[in-house]
Structure formats: structure tokens, C-alpha cells
Design a binder for this molecule. Sequence first.
Ligand code: ADP
Ligand code: ZN
Length: 737
Amino acid sequence: MDKSTSATPSLFAPARRIKVLLPLPLAGAYDYGVPDGFEVSPGDFVEVPLSGRMLIGVAWDGDPDPDGVPDHKLRAIETVLPLPPLPAASRQFVDRLSAYTLAAPGSVLRMAMSSPKALEPPTVRTVYTAAEDIPNDMRWTGARRRVHAVAVDHPPLSATDLAREAGVSPGVVKSMAEAGGLAPLRLPDRQNFEAPDPTFQGPDLSAVQAEIATGLIDHVKAQSFNVTLLDGVTGSGKTEVYFEAVAAAIAIGRPVLVLLPEIALSAQWLERFEARFGIRPAEWHSDLPPGSRRRTWRAVIEGRVPVLVGARSALHLPFQDLGLIVVDEEHDGSFKQEEGVIYHARDMAVLRAQGAGCPIVLASATPSLESLTNAETGRYETAKLKERHGPANLPDVSLVDLRKDPPPRQRWISPPLQDALEETLAAGEQALLFLNRRGYAPLTLCRTCGHRIECPTCDAWLVEHRFGRRLECHHCGYVTRTPDACPECGDTDSLVACGPGVERLYEEALAILPDARIEIVTSDTLQGPLAAAAFVDRMTSGEVNLIIGTQIVAKGYHFPLLTLVGIVDADLGLAGGDLRAAERTFQLLNQVSGRAGRSGRPGRVLLQTANPGAPVLQAIASGDRDGFYAQEAEMRKNGGWPPFGKLAALIVSGENEGQVERTAGDLARAAPRADGLRVLGPAPPPLALLRGRYRRRLLLKAGKEISLQRVLSDWLSRVRPPNAVRIQVDIDPYSFM
Ligand code: ADP
Ligand code: ZN
């Protein structure tokens, strides 16, 4: 079925019209004419002219406006692309996400069309096999003999792969093919995703696990919308349990979407999936090369992907008839997209499941207060796993009071933590030192003049990365060589590093634990799935016995011999003091702690703090999670904060500070006034300058019953910012930086 058609648009005035949404930040879908002989339905990918350019958009739902553009001015659809339509559920999702976030629908559509190349017809690639009848006059060189041997042994390979395997240059392959020694085959550049085998290897579930699994399977079989909060301590078998639901969806032939934070690094998750289902799932994340993105996107829209695991952007893939969505580590902050279209992938995944009419599982050991509250009010079902599976117990957590047991000057490991590290390593076990700070030191200061080295375009200090001999801005990525002299007073040897980062901790650990085999694990060192897999191997083989890592090691990893977790600065996350600081700290510390003692050998966690009385730390130490959440909920309820009230942020930004100030002032003057509404600000956020743009923020607080979107649209319609000033809407903000 080739739907590709084209016409010369200007010769006639088309009578029929259809809406077309373009992947651009425009107010909405535009009307286009449908030339005679064209069949266009909502969802079709079409090529249309816009201001002198040809663009690909999607024929959209809704009635065109016959009184809008007169017929003779109406531009016509040029081509209908030979692709399956963007499914109705995807289109509805675009509209709903746009309505919820107040982002332009075209900007949302753009996320669904994230692989433009996938819209083009699949290309053909050439692969080679050994020729059956090699001409007698072909000259046999050593290189050609090696190519021949590889070609005989392997399935057909591309010139590049064949050359690599044979250790020759691709030119050898090409010339050998021309000489008739290799036979070229033309294959469509298309990826097949094998069907996972749902019966491959299920574990024997415990009674509680089995009961929960049965419940989830029933929801999958029923194929109706339902949200289950799978709330279980770390290591309790949440993954095993939701795998059963995945198996059920595979069995009825419905695609499954699993969202994970930091998917690129979830090497262990992929291995477990493979062990359970016999094959690897499709993947979707920012580290994927463009070719894989193109093939995967294409396979999704053609309905050929049974299970896909991805980061938040996978939510926008054009799945038809989704059978199940899983959001693992649902509380994780990385599900919130903070740039472009600002949205929370967990919340939007619930919306997506609702549109698809399928169940969704939210899994976490420390659910968000949002999800817990929804579970409490009965909007979500709850399934609880309270114990670790098998012989493993939750680790023993204790606080180290830094006021009583301080580390030596300019050091960060206290004597009790040092003792514990020595014991652990001596016992042949592994340890993790957790410090959520990349680099060597968060601040470089001049001892002579007091100057602090700052980012030229952000309100932030530059972080020293000593091993790379550079200073880096962790907000905008600005990098500069570490100077020898103070940039302010010119004094040499006067710059000092203040505070610790993982690199500095590494130096310290090396000095006090001479036998430790240490590895630093941060987003700087673990770039991509291969690096992550190699790290896992080094841990499993024992090549490494002490990890010094940031939050990147807090998630998902399962190392049987890891029995000690030392949290170097448990107070770090509480400093900013935003709405969710305590909740986030609790979740992070709990998750890091959960790396210890995961299989039989008892684990322990030491938290270094100068505030041992802080409720979060008390809750972590005593394991009183529910008490902590109850207290947190109480505080939010009293203040009318989410999830008991609604909150939105308006961020005004621009390169001209005066213009930004004035726009923020205009917004304040135009602020909505009504019962149940409160506007806070404008105020400069901590990052009042970011990437060279000045910023001001206003917050809108509203009661649960109020439609934030309506109030905001109305408010924004009353303010006309200059072109160079941007106002971003953040519904339910998580970042207050
Ligand atoms: P969670 O996702 O809650 O952290 P996992 O599913 O990762 O927990 O389980 C923790 C460990 O226990 C894993 O190694 C897993 O394979 C194992 N496990 C959990 N449940 C079972 C079971 N019923 N049978 C065998 N192993 C299990
Ligand atoms: Zn910067």
C-alpha cells in the first residue's frame, strides 16, 4: 500500500480542508487544502508548505475552519507520506499534554517526531557474502584471503563490519567485490525486534509476590485503565513482580513500555530482562545512535516492538494499543523534564495509560508523596512488599555525629567511617562512599583577595575537576583550564579548593586505605551503556572493592558483596530547603542505603551528619518511613502545598535584565486575584543568571479545585512581553533553582 502521492498545489482551489499540526511552537494546527484525488485522514504524515518551506506535519483531528483562510489563499497538502498514521492515542496524548503544560501542541508533537529521518522511506544497505563462483583471474592477496575467511564464517556483513572483522581497510572489501570475490546483497535498513518469550524463565514467587503479580496480570488481561503503586522496599522483588505483568502483556500481544531513570546505565536491568525473557528489549534514550533511533521509531509506528525500555522521552513514541506501562523508580527526579516542554513523565505516563486504556504500574521503594496520596485516597491501588527477598535483610543504619566524631582537618571521612571501611575491605567485601558532588571541589577561592571563581554566564561557582585540570560550570557546561594565578588579584599559589567532591574523596581514601581498589563512578566516568557494563564487571569480578560515587550509583545496582555504604554528607540535599528537599533527601539516602547487604551478608550504612536531629535522618536511621511521610504530608497539607494544593511557576528570562524585571513586574500587576489563589514573587531564583539569561520567578498557588491552566492562560494573555523575553510555564515545579 503506497500512499505516496503528490500534486501541483497552485493550479486549483481545493474544496476540501483538513487541519495539519506542524512540529513547531505555533499556536495550533493550521488548515490545509486536500487536493482532488488525495485521501487524507487524521494521523497521516503529510508534507505541506509553510512560509516558503516544505515541512512534515501530521493531519490532525478537529474541524477545519472554512471561514478562516479563503479558499484561494489556502495552501494545499503536497504529499502524503507512505507511513502508518500517528495513532489516535498518540494524537490525543499530544493534545492533552499540551493542554496540561500549556506548551504549544506543535512543540509536544515534535517530541513524538523525535527521529525525523524515520519518516523517510527506509534506506537500503549493502552487505556482502563470499561469492559462489570466484573468477579464476581474481588476484588473491593476504588481505583478500582474510576477508574471504570472515565472509564464509559470518552472516552477511556491511563493508565496514567485514573489514573490521578481517582487520583490513573497507577499500579491500570494495575492490574484492568489484573483482567478483564477494557477492553484494541489498537489504532494507530495518530492525526486527524479536518477540520476548513470556514463558522463558519465571522465578518461583513468594506468596506475597505471587498475589501482587496475579493482581497485575488481571489488570493486563482486562485491558482497562488502572494505576497500581507497587510500593516495596529495595530488593523486595518489585522488578520480578512487574516482569510477570510484562509477560502477561506479551502473551496477549500488546506492546509494553517501561520507563526507567538513567536507562543508558541500567545494564543490569537489561541483563535481567534477557534472563527472564530470552531476548533484549528495544531501548530508547539519548545515548542511542541516530540510526538506532530511526529504526526503533519506525518499528514502533509499524507495531513491531513488543517491549521497549526507555528514558522519559520514550513516552512520546507512537505506540498503538499499548498493553502496559511501567514506571520504575517513579519518584525519581529525572522524570521531570525541565527544558523545552516542561512536564513530569510519571504523571504524563498515567495520562498516556488512561488514553490507551491500559494499566500502569508505578514502582518505588520510596514513592513520591503525590503517588502515596493518590494511593491513600483510593485513586491508585497499592501493592506492598515489605521485606527483602530471600535471606537478605535491610541494612542496619546509624548516624555519625560529625560534631562528636569529626574527621581530621581538610578531610571528610570520620574515624568511625574509616574503621568500618577497613573492616569491610579486610573481610573481602565491598563498600560504597556516597557523595553527590562531581569533581574535586565545589569552590575555588583566592586566599589573598577572597575572590571566588564563578561562571561567566551563570550565578554559580565553577567546580574544579582536578583530574581533568579544568574548572567546570555544572549548570551550563562552561569549561576553562584551572588558572595558575587568581584571575582577580593575579597572586600565584593563592587559590585553594574548598569543600569535597568525589575526586578529593578519592585522594583521601587512597591515603587512608592503601589496599583499597577504588573507582570513581559519576556521570563523567559512566558515559553510555558500555562503560556502565564494564563497571558492573569490575565490581562483580572484585577488581574494584570501593566505589566513590554520586547518585548515579544509587539506582538499581545489585552487588552481592557490597555490605557497607558510607554517606559522606547526609546534610547536603537539605541545604537548599525547597518544597521537596526533605522528601528528596529521604528518597536518595534510602536508595543509596539500599545498595548495602542485598544478598545474605548483613549490610550497614553510616550517615555522616552535623544535624543528627533532623527528622529525615532520624527517619532513615530508625527505618520509620511511614512516620516520615506522615509528617511531611502534614506540613504540606497545612501549607496548601502539592499534592494538597496546586502550584505553578512562571520563569521570566532574557538577556536584558531591565526587560526581564519589567516583564516580571507586568506579570505581578496583572496577577489573578481570587479566593484560593495566591501569587508569590517576582523574585530572583538562586540561579538568577543562567547561560547568560537573567531570570525572575513567580509562583502561583491554588486550591485543588481550581484549574491552574485556565487561570494561567488568562493571566498570560494579559501580558505582552518583548520578543527577547521568554516566559516559561512550569506546572507543578520540582526545581526551584
Ligand atoms: P526490587 O526491584 O524491589 O529492588 P528485585 O526484583 O531487584 O527487587 O529483587 C532483588 C533480588 O532478589 C534480585 O536479585 C531478584 O532476582 C531476587 N528475587 C526477588 N524475588 C525473587 C524470587 N521470587 N525468586 C528468586 N529471586 C528473587
Ligand atoms: Zn555556567
